[in-house]
Design a protein around this ligand. Structure first.
Ligand SMILES: Cc1ncc(C[n+]2csc(CCOP(=O)(O)OP(=O)(O)O)c2C)c(N)n1
Length: 336
């Protein structure tokens, strides 16, 4: 199932590796907390967890700044957090509160933090791809030095608009990076039932006229390295790139539980990927190289827990939106 090409790994500065590891660990702990609290029935929105896939969000976003722009879809928590999305506003949104990043009206699949360059996520599969390309077009027309990244699953590459967007991005040489998180399943349907076995998405992208690479999405360093190249290319005005990363979602498609027992995938396959946990692999590598110490890890784990507790308390004690605001903020207000 792992079809990655061998990548000549560029050295990444140790401090940056450590910082990316901490960010990835934070995404994991946030989602584990969702798993823990979801049964309380206070979060009433569907949740699509990215546990197992965190290295992609973290490694790609480490190359960006808040003046860049990131878009995503239904599995967006990692992307929002990796861009530095506000944690309190995140939790408040999960609880449907007025202090949430969509004023409590969106839930898990509608996350926005403009200050962090996280322009937004929506659950309609592939719907944010043309919006990201439009944002890249606007940035180019305005002469802004902005890179746009769109995260999506391999299922989104089966939508027509994906192909139109790829074509347009090449035609206009836009500063956009298509990041496909290939976790091999679209809900319960495996890739083999949806796409031809000998057609690799990264090669398809090359057919559109942009560089397409395939990397191990569970290897933080590999993700960072491939994304770094693509971001530089976009910043230098050399147009779009396509990055496909293989990975695996551990939990059910939608919800906090495991669903291997229902038969669309095997427990053995899950266990094989579980062995390749991006968090544990990076932690072991950094420890072996002396970049990470047990004491530093303890400190960060404590900081993450404290930050999480404060954010959850904020969310739980925040008010629900007032009923009369239901139809507010549906459309952007005209500025001047
Ligand atoms: C246009 C559209 N079709 C179908 C759905 C239902 N749906 C929600 S998520 C999903 C699977 C998408 O798979 P993929 O893009 O590979 O992302 P993953 O869930 O694996 O992260 C589907 C079919 C939808 N939300 N939008």
């Amino acid at each position: 199932m792992n079809r990655c090409q061998e990548l000549e790994m560029q050295p990444v500065p140790p401090d940056l590796m450590k910082q990316m590891f901490f960010n990835m660990l934070r995404v994991r702990r946030v989602e584990e907390k969702i798993v823990e609290l979801y049964p309380e029935q206070e979060m009433r929105c569907p949740v699509h967890l990215c546990i197992g896939q965190e290295a992609i969000a973290t490694g790609v976003c480490a190359n960006l700044t808040p003046t860049d722009a990131v878009f995503s879809g239904h599995r967006a928590h990692g992307h929002y957090l990796a861009m530095g999305g506000d944690l309190k506003a995140f939790w408040a949104e999960m609880y449907g509160k007025a202090t949430g990043c969509c004023r409590g009206k969106g839930g898990s699949m509608h996350l926005i933090d403009l200050n962090a360059g996280f322009i937004g996520s929506t659950p309609i599969v592939a719907s944010t791809i043309p919006i990201a390309v439009g944002a890249a077009f606007a940035a180019k027309m305005q002469g802004l030095n902005k890179v746009v990244v769109i995260f999506f699953g391999e299922g989104a590459a089966e939508e027509g608009v994906f192909h139109e967007s790829m074509n347009f991005a090449v035609l206009k040489q836009l500063p956009v990076i298509f990041v496909c998180e290939n976790n091999f399943y679209s809900v319960y349907t495996p890739l083999a039932e949806r796409q031809p076995p000998d057609r690799q998405l990264s090669v398809l992208a090359q057919g559109y006229g942009m560089p397409g690479s395939l990397g191990d999405g569970n290897n933080l360093q590999a993700v960072y390295t491939l994304a770094h190249e693509a971001v530089q290319r976009a910043r230098q005005g050399n147009g779009p790139s396509f990055l496909e990363f293989t990975t695996y979602r551990w939990r059910e498609h939608c919800g906090p539980n495991y669903d291997n027992h229902i038969g669309y995938r095997t427990e053995a396959e899950y266990l094989e990927w579980r062995q390749r946990c991006p968090v544990e692999q990076t932690q072991a590598d950094l420890m072996a190289q002396g970049i990470l110490t047990p004491a530093a890890l303890d400190t960060v784990e404590r900081q993450i827990q404290e930050e999480l507790e404060a954010a959850i308390a904020f969310a739980k004690t925040s008010p629900f939106p007032e009923p009369h605001t239901l139809f507010d903020h549906i459309y952007a207000e005209r500025v001047a």
